[in-house]
Design a protein around this ligand. Sequence first.
Ligand code: DAT
Ligand code: MG
Length: 140
Amino acid sequence: MAGNRTFTMIKPDAVKAGHIGAILKMMNDAGFKIIAMKYTKLSPEMAGKFYEVHKERPFYGELVEFMSSGPIVAAILEKDNAVEDFRKLIGATNPAEAAPGTIRKLFAKSLGENAVHGADSDENAKIEGNFHFAGTEMFD
Ligand code: DAT
Ligand code: MG
């Protein structure tokens, strides 16, 4: 059964470019409900831990540096089939390959600085949500 929650971040490039409002509106219009949300900044240690699965990839250092370079918006979102539908809303990792109308097509600068994160499975959505939020910061 598909889970009903996902985890997202609006990344430093999109925050810096002033796209928080436009991106949140797209999430809202697509039917995602906010369960938790914060404006925050990751330390290099936190970014490194969050992306630990990519530790062996050649872009890991660059990714950690970018994700800790400025403030982000982190959120847990709820909707039927949340993980899959949210990945559709954000589009492919590389904005050059993202479908028209997707968040990454509209707002991402490059493969490395691609505007938003979306969890890739129900299991990771839960792990990532719990990494950023205490239970007392989540509201149905
Ligand atoms: P996604 O964010 O679509 O789940 P991913 O999990 O494969 O993609 O990679 C995590 C992030 O790392 C991605 O959003 C941007 C960066 N990244 C991925 N592949 C990259 C590459 N080849 N060069 C530079 N950055 C990359
Ligand atoms: Mg991923």
